[in-house]
Design a protein around this ligand. Structure first.
Ligand code: ADP
Ligand code: SF4
Length: 684
């Protein structure tokens, strides 16, 4: 297939100072939970992006001094030459495919507690550190500190050049780096030449850029990554005032402007709260203020939207973190004239959450993300089939669909039977909740692929029982029948059924997603802490219900702090008039009211209405157990039917089933390669 000429502009090279990017696909720096702790995994993940056609592939933020210790986050590090080898390997892996390698130096200043290094944090002012609310303060830097900091940055830039990087990102964004702390009025109350006027607050950033150019600018392109709008009104940087004034003052200094909005939760908004291209309105002005090329992000997955952003003069380079995780081969698919094969990011931020938990990132759409080295999984290639086995997949949710797709790609004959009238399982149901339409991409990508395969057949309205499965006579059976939400209040906190939590007093999340609605007021009881309770509350408010959201946690949608959604969720519920009760457990449902007890003072309150318990799910595994009891061999459970979890886990388990099919797996062995530390030789 040949590329659509409409997309040619995406493949034009672009000069960035002394280096040239081969195309307009720029994998911006992004955290990944691997970094220095899992270097082999990190290197292979970055190399895969270059193989897939990203013209520039960057590290995540890379701390460069012991006063900027990002522990417990597992990001890259360049404190001295001891850190160079694995970063050099990353640059090599990127160069091997003709891409440019970029590195983003970071000093998180007053935000880090320096938990590992034990150095006293530094910043423009005395203040408590921000990350995780540690009882540690950053101290105000004096002039000697500022000189030292500039020297460390310059030395790190030289080290990065020696490690083989082509591009260096000077970083003042996300309200999380020293130059951005100096720049923000609310952080900087200095009375010297580094405080006061915008020019003064910008001085440190300007010095860093100039000194970086001086040190490495002859051979490296210098990118400036800068948040032009903090989305906090006049209390922060905004386009139209200091956000644009700062660009004007530094306009021609960088070789490339990489602009975004701040903080990270605003920059990486989920699809529930922001559509593709959502940053354009904030950053579009930048190109009019500089002759240098401009890059930006906005969860672009559509080549038409990318071309449009370039043609309209908003961007020169299409920056992407999440779209490059969901599909490392996005550029290649456009280049090869098959954009419909792009595995589009759904904007769920599971990748972000795993990173924030200091674990290797996971992706809902791309089950191979993070497995490139440790399992040797390639996002596009699968081994050819090892036999002529015919596989029956029961259930067409994300697990069943991915198993069928990947088995089909391997060449196996697959029959997929789905009980309902549509494929997609929970993904189809949940994508109809407010703001989650993009989640249907998990289903749609797989249906597009399966639709082309003559060896995969799908049947709707086909609820199979054990007799039918046995009569079908497949060589292997994958049971992907999913899970159902419990109705009785049992979950993480309460381990016995709640009195009265039965019958008409209860509506389960499944019933709500099936379209049932309570007649009067409702209490959504959350012991799950992810997104679903808040979405059901939002849905029922939209249909005019009086809604109380009671949660056992101290915060609404507590877990979503990890995927950066918590603040947005809470604000939306408050705006919609949902009554919020934190730290409350379900005690009983009786006489038309839901009884809740506060977990500290045990005070009981009664809220009239019915309850929607969002507590836990039980696997739909009766079919599996009956087949096993009747002696059917070669039957496996996958996805939520095996272990209810996030959608990413169901996709992964479906993929894994297909990868490991016809392979002997030793259950006693660690199922992947590990980065293992080498011990120093004992001191003689
Ligand atoms: P997962 O996340 O593990 O893929 P889902 O709950 O999303 O699980 O999907 C499970 C799918 O299995 C649902 O679409 C459901 O209709 C289907 N299903 C459940 N039982 C059967 C059955 N006995 N035969 C066919 N399909 C079934
Ligand atoms: Fe996109 Fe979700 Fe994958 Fe992250 S985990 S890249 S947000 S699909």
């Amino acid at each position: 297939m040949t590329r659509d000429p409409r997309y040619d502009i995406l493949f034009e090279p672009l000069r960035i100072g002394p280096v040239t990017a081969p195309n307009r696909f720029y994998q911006v720096p992004h955290c990944n939970g691997m970094g220095r702790a899992f270097p082999n995994s990190m290197i292979a993940m970055r190399g895969m992006k270059a193989e897939g056609g990203w013209g520039i592939v960057c590290t995540e933020q890379c701390d460069f001094h012991a006063t900027a210790d990002t522990t417990p986050f597992t990001e890259t590090r360049l404190w001295d030459d001891a850190d160079t080898p694995y970063l050099a390997r990353m640059a090599e892996a990127v160069h091997a495919h003709g891409a440019l390698a970029g590195i983003e130096l970071v000093h998180n200043g007053q935000d880090t507690g320096n938990l590992y290094s034990r150095e006293v944090p530094i910043g423009p002012d005395h203040r408590p550190v921000k990350w995780q609310g540690h009882p540690i303060q950053a101290r105000a830097m004096d002039k000697a500190d500022i000189r030292a900091y500039r020297r460390w940055h310059r030395d790190a830039a030289v080290r990065a050049r020696h490690a083989g990087f082509d591009l260096l990102v000077v970083y003042a964004g996300h309200d999380g780096t020293l130059p951005s702390h100096f720049l923000a009025r609310r952080h900087n109350h200095r009375v010297d030449e580094y405080g006061g006027s915008l020019e003064n607050r910008l001085r440190l950033f300007r010095e860093l850029i100039e000194e970086t150019k001086d040190a490495v600018g002859a051979t490296m392109g210098v990118i400036v990554r800068f948040a032009v709008d903090e989305l906090m009104g006049p209390g922060g940087l905004e386009r139209g005032n200091e956000g644009s004034d700062a660009i004007a003052l530094l306009a021609e200094l960088p070789d490339l402007w990489d602009v975004n909005v701040s903080d990270w939760s605003n920059d990486s908004m989920t699809s529930r709260f922001a559509p593709e291209g959502y940053q354009e309105e904030f950053i579009a002005f930048v190109k009019s203020m500089t002759t240098k090329p401009v890059a930006g992000v906005g969860r672009y997955t559509s080549p038409d939207a990318m071309v449009s952003a370039i043609r309209r003069g908003v961007l020169d380079l299409i920056g992407a973190a999440r779209p490059s995780i969901a599909d490392p081969f996005l550029p290649d698919k456009i280049r090869q004239g098959r954009p419909e094969d792009i595995r589009e990011c759904i904007g769920c931020n599971i990748c972000v959450a795993w990173n924030n938990l200091s674990a290797p990132m996971r992706c809902t759409q791309n089950p191979t993300a993070g497995e490139e080295w440790r399992k040797g999984w390639h996002p596009e290639a699968l081994p050819a089939k090892d036999s002529d086995a015919h596989v029956l997949v029961v259930g067409g949710g994300p697990a069943g669909l991915e198993a069928a797709r990947a088995l089909g790609q391997r060449g196996y004959r697959v029959t997929l039977a789905e009980a309902g009238d549509e494929l997609g399982g929970r993904v189809s149901r949940e994508s109809r909740l407010p703001g989650l339409a993009a989640w249907a991409r998990v289903r749609d990508h797989r249906l597009t692929q399966i639709g082309r395969m003559t060896n995969v057949e799908t049947y709707l309205a086909s609820r199979l029982d054990a007799n039918q499965v046995i009569a079908f006579g497949a060589d292997h059976v994958a049971i992907a029948t999913g899970a159902r939400w419990r109705a009785d209040g049992v979950g993480r906190t309460i381990r016995e059924p709640v009195p009265g939590c039965v019958g008409d007093a209860v509506l389960t999340p499944d019933a709500i997603m099936d379209g049932r609605r309570p007649a009067g007021p409702v209490v959504v009881y959350d012991d799950d802490h992810y997104y679903l309770a808040s979405l059901i509350a939002e849905l029922l408010r939209r249909t005019g219900h009086d809604v109380t959201l009671a949660t056992t946690a101290p915060m609404v949608a507590n877990w979503t702090q990890h995927n950066l959604e918590q603040g947005f969720i809470e604000r939306r519920l408050v705006e919609q008039g949902v009554r919020i009760l934190t730290r409350h457990q379900l005690a009983a449902v009786r006489d038309g009211a839901v009884e809740l007890v506060h977990d500290l003072d045990r005070r009981l309150i009664r809220v009239p209405g019915r309850v929607v318990p969002v507590t836990m799910r039980l696997p739909e595994d009766a079919l599996y157990h009956e087949l096993v009891a009747r002696g059917v061999a070669n039957v496996r459970r996958i996805g939520d039917c095996f272990g209810p979890s996030v959608i990413a886990a169901a996709v992964y388990e479906g993929h894994r089933y297909a990868r490991e099919f016809d392979t002997a797996v030793d259950p006693d062995r660690v199922p992947f390669r590990r980065d293992v530390f080498q011990l120093d030789r004992p001191t003689p």
